[in-house]
Every structure is written in structure tokens, then in C-alpha cells.
Design a protein around this ligand. Sequence first.
Ligand SMILES: NC(=O)c1ccc[n+]([C@@H]2O[C@H](COP(=O)([O-])OP(=O)(O)OC[C@H]3O[C@@H](n4cnc5c(N)ncnc54)[C@H](O)[C@@H]3O)[C@@H](O)[C@H]2O)c1
Length: 240
Amino acid sequence: MAGRLEGKICLITGAAGRIGRALVDGFVEAGATVIAADLVKLEHEGVDAVVCDQGDVESIAKLEEYIKAKYGRVDCLVNNGALGGNRCNVHEKPLQEYEDVMRVNVRGPLLLTQSVLRLHLAEPTRPLSIINMASIAGRRAVSLGSVYSMSKHALLGLTKSVAREYADKNVRCNAISPGVMEVPNMQGFDEESLSKLMSTVPVGRGGKPLEVAHLAVFLASDEASFITGSDYLIDGGSSA
Ligand SMILES: NC(=O)c1ccc[n+]([C@@H]2O[C@H](COP(=O)([O-])OP(=O)(O)OC[C@H]3O[C@@H](n4cnc5c(N)ncnc54)[C@H](O)[C@@H]3O)[C@@H](O)[C@H]2O)c1
């Protein structure tokens, strides 16, 4: 991947999370200048780690000011930060979960997208790539995960809208939809239910965060110049 993103300023959200850290590693390896945003500060040599609340208008305005002053632009935004929500049936979902998950998973990416578009449209000469981390749950229902699933369906709506509206402004917008991942601390799963889940994946294992990062690096790069409005499943054949 070395050199693919040389000279590109890339803003990655949820950077301190399980997939976020792999995204940061992948983008750094590809030569990008990485601004790593999260609620908690990521400790990672060679990246610009910033703390922000992606659901908060003021926090994103501050981030935009900071980026404008220091870099002047963003070449790639990876909307990766998200909340998972609890596992329970629709009729039992606390409304608070809806408020919290939609705030982070939908309002957050919308605010960040608006922010990088503002920076970009001031001088739309360089390509801008926006990558939204969706989920297999944005394509179909996952048991007991209705609110999370709703949020990822909405994120795919944003992806397609941005792709269509800004295609003539040097902007590409795509989504990545991971399936079952091999990551620690899977909320609501014990060891038995987790191994049952893994056994449903045709390749026989969950995806690795770095495999997601490799796809994101490609979508961020100019090699993907004709790709916009697409949603890439990365699920080991689960949807086949
Ligand atoms: N892990 C999986 O199995 C899986 C599967 C499909 C899709 N995804 C998607 O991949 C992405 C990353 O998943 P992950 O497993 O690394 O999640 P994670 O929970 O490990 O990381 C999410 C990060 O988002 C940050 N975050 C939460 N609220 C925030 C806020 N208000 N402002 C700023 N940052 C905030 C958290 O601090 C955390 O570091 C998410 O969009 C998730 O929906 C994950």
C-alpha cells in the first residue's frame, strides 16, 4: 500500500476504536497525513490525534477551524466512528438508544460530511473521497439490532445522496459494509454465540480490521477515481 495516499490529508473518525486503529495504520502506511478523531485521544506516533464529539455541532465546527488553519483542506474523510447499541427486540428498545445511536451514527457523519464539503467547495480542484463505514446491517436486518440497522441504512442514504449531488464537483462518496468481524469485546455475545456466528460465515472466520483498512485505502486513492455511490460488502461471502 506504500505511497498510494502520499500527499493526501485524511480525516479518520472513531480512530481509537477496533477498526479505527487499523484504518489509521493502513492510511499511515499508504503515506497519508492522518488526522485521527475520536472522543478519546488516540496514542499513535506520527498522526495528528484530535478529540471531538462527532454528534456535536460546536465540536465539529472547532475541528473544521483547526483543520482549515493547519492543513487548509481534507482529501479524504472516513466516517468510521459509531455506537453499536444494545441487543433487544424492537418493542423493548429504549428511545434513548435511538437518540444516542442516531446522534453518533447519522448526525455525526452528516456534520462531518458538511464540514469537509465546505472546505472542499472553497477550492474544488483536488479530488475529495468520503468513505462511510456502514455495515451488513445497513443492507438487511440483524436480530435484536434494529436501531443500529436503521442508522446504517440511513448512512447508505447519505452516501448515495452525496455521490449524486457532488459528482461534478470532484467528490466521490462510497460506503464499506463489513460483516462479522474478528474483533475483541463483541457487545452482547458470549464465546459460544460468537463461535456460532463465525461458523455462519462461508470463509469460516470473521474479517480482520486491516482487511477493511486495505479496502478503505483503495477507495481513498485516485485508483478508485470512477467509483462513487457504491457500497462495498466485505463479509467473507455471508451475503452470497
Ligand atoms: N466491529 C464490527 O463487527 C463491525 C461490523 C460492521 C460494521 N462495523 C462498523 O465499523 C465501524 C468501527 O467499528 P468498531 O468495531 O471499530 O467500533 P468501536 O466501538 O471499536 O469504535 C468506535 C469508535 O467510535 C468512537 N465514538 C463513539 N462515539 C463517538 C462520538 N460521539 N464522537 C467521536 N467518536 C465517538 C468511540 O470512542 C470508538 O473509539 C463502526 O462504524 C461500526 O458500525 C463494525
